[in-house]
Design a protein. Structure first.
Length: 389
């Protein structure tokens, strides 16, 4: 398997297909400068018109033409879309998703004159489902146009919440959920924007470890809270390791998605057996905690040929920086920024034109290590610089 891996599942498109070109001629002078840095969010099937100057060199790429943009803007008619955004907990990861959403909202405001009333809320604790449900129901009562939900809640119970929202006129969209675990026909969310946790995260992590270790070695796991993500990623890992019978999982402790707890868990496991070849932290915070444990115990991090591999999943700015510094080995970047941008694109066209999105939209994911970290680090850094709405 190549060091640089990119995958997508059904409905997925690459970042460059969706966002790869710059808007032009759709905003004020100040707005145009921002759009140049935002890039585009091209809808599938919508054509781009290219301006050229001197020798055919492209100078800008405009999304559609003025006539088309006017039709969309007239339909928008200066409308304000009232959107709620709630994840299972406050974290760097969900901040990246939210900033991706800010980028797309600002682009659409400049193109079409749409306004946004954006509200963020998350439970105090990762599994405080009642708090999150109360928030969603309050938004429905307050006539929000749409809510974006990522939840650790029980699938069937949440469908009842979504059904009540739908009846009241609030449209529900999910993000960052392992939709592959459930029957699509039973999911009441209009669309699920995320990635396949089984094959686009857990499986990729297992394959990366196997490739680097030549299919042999001892692995320990630092795992999250019991629930959707831990179940899906473990399933993918098991699929990968089934191909390499000489790779053995020799220990596992919970880190509950928290760096400090993961640090302690990894310390415990490594003190029992320092001759470990790889650590898979089910999310990036836990992988970062594991890399700190390696340093604290004076063990050798992976240098490309020797040492202990640490791999996680998310695509955090702090994680990319750790990779550049030679601490954490790798991570599976799960397209946090693109999840945010695609969520807003999906909501906009559904609310304004009643366009029907795919039930499951999986963004691309990518294994990132020291060989390819610069681009995703720059992309996330840019997104986090986009002002909030």
């Amino acid at each position: 398997m190549a060091d640089r891996e990119e995958t997508m599942d059904k409905g997925g498109m690459s970042r460059r297909q969706i966002f790869g070109t710059a808007f032009a001629g759709a905003a004020t002078a100040a707005g145009t400068a921002m759009l140049g840095s935002l890039g585009s969010a091209a809808m599938p099937g919508r054509a781009f018109a290219q301006d050229a100057a001197g020798g055919g060199a492209p100078t800008s790429i405009a999304w559609g033409d003025e006539a088309w943009r006017k039709i969309v803007a007239d339909k928008v008619a200066g409308r304000t879309l009232k959107i709620g955004f709630t994840g299972p907990a406050a974290s760097e990861f969900y901040d990246e998703i939210e900033h991706g959403a800010f980028a797309q909202m600002r682009a659409y405001s400049d193109l079409f004159g749409v306004k946004w009333d954006w509200t963020y809320a998350s439970p105090q604790e990762h599994q405080d489902i009642n708090d999150q449900v109360n928030t969603i129901e309050a938004w429905v009562t307050n006539k929000f146009d749409a809510v974006l939900v990522c939840t650790a809640g029980d699938f069937e119970s949440m469908q009842n919440v979504y059904a009540r929202a739908e009846t009241a006129g609030t449209r529900v969209f999910q993000f960052n959920m392992p939709a592959e675990l459930w029957d699509e026909s039973q999911n009441r969310a209009i669309s699920n924007i995320g990635y396949n946790n089984v094959m686009q995260a857990g499986y990729l992590a297992g394959r990366y470890i196997a490739t680097k270790l030549g299919g042999k070695g001892k692995i320990i796991l630092i795992w999250g809270l019991p629930g959707h993500w831990s179940t899906a990623r473990r399933k993918g890992l098991d699929i990968a390791l089934a191909e390499f019978p000489d790779l053995k999982i020799v220990g596992e402790q919970r880190g509950d998605y928290v760096r400090d707890k993961a640090l302690n868990a990894a310390m415990n496991l490594l003190q029992r057996d320092p001759n470990i070849n790889a650590i898979y932290g089910e999310n990036e915070e836990m992988a970062l905690g594991a890399s700190q444990a390696i340093q604290a115990l004076g063990l050798k991090p992976w240098d490309g040929t020797d040492g202990i591999i640490t791999i996680g999943a998310d695509g955090l700015k702090s994680g990319f920086e750790s990779i550049k510094e030679g601490q954490m080995t790798a991570t599976v970047s799960v397209g946090a920024v693109d999840q945010g941008r695609q969520s807003i694109e999906t909501i906009f066209w559904n609310l304004i034109f009643d366009q029907v999105p795919p039930k499951v939209f999986n963004v691309r994911t990518q294994v990132v290590d020291k060989t390819n970290v610069d681009e995703p680090l720059a992309y996330v850094t840019w997104a986090l610089s986009v002002p909030k709405i």
